[in-house]
Design a protein around this ligand. Sequence first.
Ligand code: NDP
Length: 305
Amino acid sequence: MKILVTGGSGMVGRSLRALFPNATYPSSSELDLTDSRAVKSYMGQGRFDSVIHLAAHVGSLHDNIENSTLYFDRNVLMNTLLTKYAYESGVKNFLGVLSTCIYPDATKEFPIPESSLHNGAPHFDLMSYSYAKRSHAVQLDAYKNSFGVNYNYLIPCNLYGAKLESHRGRSHFINDLIYKICAAKLNGERGIVLFGDGTPLRQFMHAEDFAKVIFAYISNNINASFNVAPQVNMSINEMARIALDVCECDTFTVSYDSSKPNGQHRKDVNTSLMEKYLPDLEFRSLRDGMSSLFQAEYQSLRDLK
Ligand code: NDP
């Protein structure tokens, strides 16, 4: 199978490389997915059978609010161009990666099923990124229904994983949390400050676990789109307490800067379709995932001192 993986240098992409060592992984300097001519020419004719599309402009809630135009323009361009030229070049299998933030903000149906995707607008703070991702679902469904190709998408919950230099200034909540605790510990401080009020509920998955889900999806020739998340749905404050415990800082205080936004209150997703197609999945606990992040982060900050 000739597989193209975009976003191979990212948090999920790095984990996927070990699972698909023979796939092609162009960097953004080799293939800028926002450049229509470059995408068309790169895809050629019959060069790939399958595409796993991970590349995206991704970042924190704060960065999404500050730079919303980038989140819309870049993601819409990348998704639209790659899907169109993949189809025209003869690609029969396309797997897109969306995000649970695409679901309606005002929904009352929890955990959120895939069928509620178009039942309302996403949360305002992530509007650009969410609508760009939601549009990709519309595009992939249209290609599948119009042309009978296996064009699908997975909808993962929030991710965390090994720290990347490219995430500087826009890292994700769990990574940021562990960083804050390690920095406070090394500076002799006794507490941390988090944005919002600590009440929002979130599901988190390690990027390596998500890469294994993608591998299982492709290996089992699945032709369906569905949510991907572990069952656990925890408040930000609960996660902070676990992180402090893992980092051996359980006497630290956690204060909240409630002048900063919380984001969507709750967005846990229904995973019955995932369990139907992939019944044997296992996800590491947040405690185990945080523990490996802590070892790496603490060591690297200590080396810098
Ligand atoms: P990262 O931010 O770690 O990596 C993004 C990747 O996209 C990089 O490899 C980058 O390449 C590539 N990329 C960005 N712009 C371009 C471009 N113009 N042309 C080509 N490639 C580009 O992402 P993650 O691994 O965290 O995310 C993987 C997928 O999962 C994404 O689709 C994301 O939306 C989705 N997702 C992520 C979540 C999260 O919490 N991180 C949550 C839910 C879904 P380069 O390094 O060469 O610039």
